[in-house]
Design a protein around this ligand. Structure first.
Ligand code: NAD
Ligand code: ZN
Length: 298
């Protein structure tokens, strides 16, 4: 038998039928979901910021060693995310998270979006739908929908105190996040010196004035909502994987866990990704095109 006969299905009507009969659906999203909104991914062309590996900057060690550089990196990412708009992939997942809409494609189902993205675009998508469809606003703002969106790696717009005794966290969409970072988001040429910002001029805690840090989950830190996510993964009968290289754990293991328990896995990615040959469905191409079609929201 050829490899193709063993590989994942690419049949959209068959996926639609699976979606219709699924009762506990989860989606696991990664940076690829936001690529069409102009937010760089960590792998491939988007993986370098200035001359640094983006993943090397997303660690507590990097922040302790060079808070100025790491804040410049996060300031750059905050500015990008502030200017970005949700794309049809975000909007399709947001629509699908509204029970009265989802009933048409997957009657009687529950749905949660587990996203590794910190850019807030999935929430922005929900807000845009609420604005455009006032009749859906109450449902969108209900806990059922709001709590179904799990930003497991935190949020770019949270600013958190580094003093453990304080730990104050606040949502802050100021642009720039502090005056000293203004302008440092621009692209520097190789031989231009990196701006150096004194620690006192970096974002400070509004309660105790200690150095503040971005409220995201760095490599080596514990993701948010793990208990809830574990429960959702253990109960899921369909896992939709969108725009993730499936190399960052624990998220990379969720699809496998669902499949182990007899659930189905559908991967939506621009290119081949880790473990996708094991998926039940594989839709290669931009998620902003494939996802709205697959979820019947086009
Ligand atoms: P990744 O950068 O490792 O992988 C991105 C994946 O998206 C790749 O497999 C790529 O083929 C795919 N892709 C690119 N464009 C796509 C498109 N238009 N449609 C569908 N797929 C597309 O991202 P990751 O797996 O999320 O892991 C990186 C880590 O970095 C995560 O932990 C995440 O928190 C963080 N991160 C977040 C953001 C964000 O918030 N937008 C951006 C970069 C990195
Ligand atoms: Zn504080």
């Amino acid at each position: 038998m050829s490899e193709e006969e063993h590989g994942p299905s690419t049949d959209m009507p068959s996926f639609t039928a699976t979606l219709k009969s699924s009762k506990r659906i989860i989606a696991v999203a990664g940076a690829g979901l936001s690529a069409a909104s102009g937010i760089p991914t960590f792998r491939g062309a988007g993986g370098l910021w200035r001359r640094y590996d983006a993943m090397g900057l997303a660690t507590p060690e990097a922040f302790h060693a060079k808070p100025s550089r790491v804040w410049q990196f996060y300031h750059y990412r905050r500015e990008k995310a502030l200017a970005a708009q949700p794309n049809p992939g975000h909007l399709a997942l947001a629509m699908f998270s509204i029970p009265s809409i989802r009933q048409k494609m997957a009657p009687g189902s529950s749905f949660s979006l587990i996203t590794q993205n910190v850019d807030g675009l999935s929430r922005k998508a929900l807000e845009q739908i609420a604005d455009a469809h006032p009749e859906l606003a109450d449902e969108i703002h209900s806990p059922v929908v709001q709590d179904s969106m799990l930003e497991m790696h935190g949020r770019l717009f949270d600013v958190v105190c580094t003093n453990r005794a304080c730990g104050h966290r606040e949502y802050n969409t100021n642009s720039p996040v502090c005056p000293a970072l203004a302008g440092t988001e621009k692209v520097f040429s190789e031989n231009e010196p990196e701006p150096r910002i004194d620690e006192e001029d970096l974002p400070r805690c509004s309660k105790c004035d200690s150095l503040a840090r971005p409220g995201v989950v760095w490599f080596g830190e514990t993701p948010w909502y793990l208990d809830k996510i574990d429960r959702l993964v253990s109960e899921a009968d369909l896992c939709i994987v969108v725009g993730t290289s499936s190399t960052v754990y624990p998220a990379a293991g969720y699809a496998y866990e669902v499949q182990e328990r007899g659930g189905k896995v559908a991967v939506f990615n621009l290119d081949r990704s880790e473990g996708d040959q094991e998926a039940d469905y594989l839709f290669l191409g931009p998620a902003e095109v494939t996802l709205p079609k697959a979820l019947g929201l086009q």
